[in-house]
Design a binder for this molecule. Structure first.
Ligand SMILES: [Zn+2]
Length: 96
């Protein structure tokens, strides 16, 4: 009997498998410069891109869209010591 191959699930939602180490390191190093946010999860979108889900405080200007957190993402990427590409986008994973 041939072995059935499991189809890899893609799409929004928590990673089914462990995210790449570089993404984990990015999550560990992310710190919002405006609030006491925390990374609540990592998910992979339908294109296979990894995203951090960051829970900002309700009063955080990043959450309200007043300021960007791009500098925080770049700082976290630099702290990993790896070469990184940072893509800004909305929570649906659509690049801006
Ligand atoms: Zn924040």
């Amino acid at each position: 009997m041939p072995k059935k191959r499991r189809k890899r699930k893609r799409g929004n939602g928590p990673c089914q498998s462990k995210p790449p180490k570089a993404v984990q390191e990015l999550a560990e190093n992310y710190k919002c410069s405006h609030c006491n946010s925390r990374v609540e999860g990592i998910f992979r979108d339908s294109r296979g891109m990894q995203h951090l889900h960051i829970a900002h405080d309700e009063t955080c200007p990043v959450l309200r869209g007043t300021v960007t957190d791009m500098h925080d993402a770049i700082r976290a990427a630099n702290a990993t010591g790896r070469v990184a590409r940072v893509i800004s986008g909305d929570s649906n994973g659509d690049a801006a």
